[in-house]
Design a protein. Structure first.
Length: 280
């Protein structure tokens, strides 16, 4: 019954975590939360400078630790290098958070083909690639978690960062982004059904608006409108997304597999009749 105590239910201390896109935005929020709860967190992003700076910042807060492993995940070779670097340091990976992503907005008549390819590659294909390359470390973590017969007591976890734009068409002309995130959501379910039998769960966090570089322009120009259309009258905070990630990575979320958890304050289910007309 000790596991029912809050500390036991949500304990992620000493777990090894990899967060892509972990130097800023939602990725940094999640990495910060795991470090604050005693995990050993590796962060990866395209900018070595940003990665190193974030790792230094999070190490100063503790009690967990943060290690910088820069990589440009658009490149297959960089994905492979990231895994070589991680495998040289760890023999098991308890939690993989796929957060690295890109977006592009353009008129439907001029939307560049190369931009569509870039967004789909990073947001969907490279998620699959990284999961594939991480499987030996994830399987090792699942086995280390212990088994009772064929039942995994502490599965390894894959947490994919999706979007509410995959659940309903967005207003903005971000065709590749919404398509890529919808693909990611379904990929997560597909992988959950396959990898669950090996003690690896796979779930998605469908995030609404949070403070990030990707959302900066939208929040700067439409922030008050977005808040006004949200039932909770605000955008997401670090605690909102971190809490969901820690839930999925801990004993509390060990039986959740193939789920899409929406973190948007009710934005996509808001009753339009209740939205203040002055804010539209």
């Amino acid at each position: 019954m000790d596991s029912l105590k809050s500390r036991g239910l949500f304990d992620v201390s000493n777990k090894v975590v990899l967060v892509t896109g972990g130097s800023r935005g939602i990725g940094k929020m999640i990495a910060s939360g795991f470090v604050a709860n005693g995990a050993k967190v590796y962060i990866s992003s395209r900018s070595a400078k940003d990665c190193d700076a974030t790792a230094k910042e999070l190490n100063a807060t503790g009690p967990g630790s943060c290690i910088s492993l820069p990589a440009d995940l658009q490149s297959l070779e960089q994905v492979e290098k990231l895994m070589r670097d991680l495998s040289a340091k760890e023999d098991a990976l308890h939690v993989l958070v796929n957060n690295a992503g890109a977006t592009w907005g353009d008129d439907i008549d001029s939307f560049p083909d190369a931009a569509f390819t870039k967004v789909m590659t990073l947001n969907a294909q490279r998620v699959f690639t990284l999961i594939q390359k991480c499987l030996p470390l994830l399987r090792a973590a699942a086995a280390r978690g212990g088994m009772n017969g064929d039942v995994y007591r502490d599965p390894a976890r894959i947490i994919n960062i999706g979007s509410v734009d995959a659940l309903r068409p967005p207003i903005q002309e971000t065709y590749a982004y919404s398509a890529s995130k919808a693909a990611l959501h379904h990929l997560s379910r597909h992988l959950a059904g396959r990898l669950g039998f090996e003690g690896i769960t796979c779930n998605t966090l469908a995030c609404g608006p949070f403070e990030s570089k990707m959302m900066a322009h939208t929040l700067r120009t439409q922030g008050e409108v977005i808040k006004g259309m949200n039932p909770l009258q605000r955008i997401g905070t670090p605690e909102d997304v971190t809490g969901a990630a820690i839930f999925l990575a801990s004993r509390a979320g060990s039986y959740v597999n193939g789920a899409t958890i929406t973190i948007d304050g009710g934005q996509i289910v808001a009753m339009r009749s209740m939205i203040p007309t002055a804010k539209l």
